[in-house]
Design a protein around this ligand. Structure first.
Ligand code: C5P
Length: 250
């Protein structure tokens, strides 16, 4: 297989380090680093290991995404965004439902802190807006929140708002990527959780697709979590996923 094509796939793979200890995270990183472009430190690991995991990633030059989904008043999110960059992360997210001002202050604070650190403004931090979680669907929106609008429409509204506020892109279901790219342009990044290879179980996710379909629809990043990390042979599972992406498993 052409190395360039494999590298293009690898760049898109985000592995969720949803474990409780740095040792478990290290094990996953060592085992899967050849297949993963970005490792994701989410709430499970962050609330247990906090800045130790961030320090470990920084010290070892490992590309990571701090998936802390900030959601608070604009001033609090602004200060937290600055702290995130000062701590060494350059890829994180906020909830788009926090509104224009919150997102705009987050991205401005992140850019300013990054500029202060790197003394250049060509490369900027990646700040993504979470749209509607992939664990929710139209039934939940209707029954729990009394929102009659379709999740897809809400996602598009939030993606457009995130773009206006200056964010790098959004987190959305793979089912919505095409429409987001049409509305916000190809440069606007879309990271997709809710990824389930054809051979894996769905768990609590609702708006899902296979890795291959997500990438074919334009996803810049796909998040792999339990579909890989809960498997006994993780490398073999990754190989299967690469095969599915590259030639539909044939
Ligand atoms: O195991 P699974 O593939 O379902 O994991 C998905 C990962 O992506 C989890 O770390 C979860 O926090 C994250 N996620 C997300 N946004 C969503 C859904 C899941 O960031 N809408």
């Amino acid at each position: 297989m052409d190395n360039k094509i494999l590298d293009e796939v690898k760049e898109k793979i985000v592995l969720a380090l949803d474990v409780d200890t740095i040792d478990e995270a290290k094990k996953l990183i060592n085992e899967l680093k050849d297949y993963v472009g970005v490792f994701k430190v989410g709430l499970q690991l962050y609330t247990k290991c906090g800045n130790d995991i961030v320090k470990f990633m920084n010290d070892n030059n490992i590309k990571y995404f701090l998936d802390v989904k900030l959601y608070d008043i604009p001033n609090t999110v602004k200060e937290a965004s600055r702290n995130i960059i000062e701590c060494g992360a350059s890829f994180f997210n906020v909830h788009a439902l926090g509104g224009y001002k919150m997102m705009n202050e987050a991205v401005n604070a992140a850019n300013a802190a990054y500029f202060k650190k790197t003394n250049q403004n060509k490369i900027k931090p990646v700040v993504l807006g979470v749209t509607i979680l992939t664990s929710l669907n139209d039934d939940v929106l209707k029954n729990e929140f009394h929102i009659e609008n379709k999740s897809e429409n809400l996602v598009l509204t939030l993606a457009k708002l995130a773009k206006e506020a200056g964010l790098t892109g959004v987190v959305a279901s793979p089912l919505e990527v095409k429409k987001i790219k049409e509305a916000c342009g190809n440069e606007f990044k879309v990271l997709c959780p809710g990824i389930r290879p054809s051979f894996s179980v769905v768990n609590d996710q609702k708006r899902i697709s296979t890795p291959r379909d997500a990438i074919q629809n334009g996803a810049d990043y796909i998040v792999l979590g339990r579909a890989v990390t809960k498997e006994l042979n993780k490398v073999e599972t990754m190989e299967k996923i690469y095969k599915e992406i590259l030639n539909n498993g044939k």
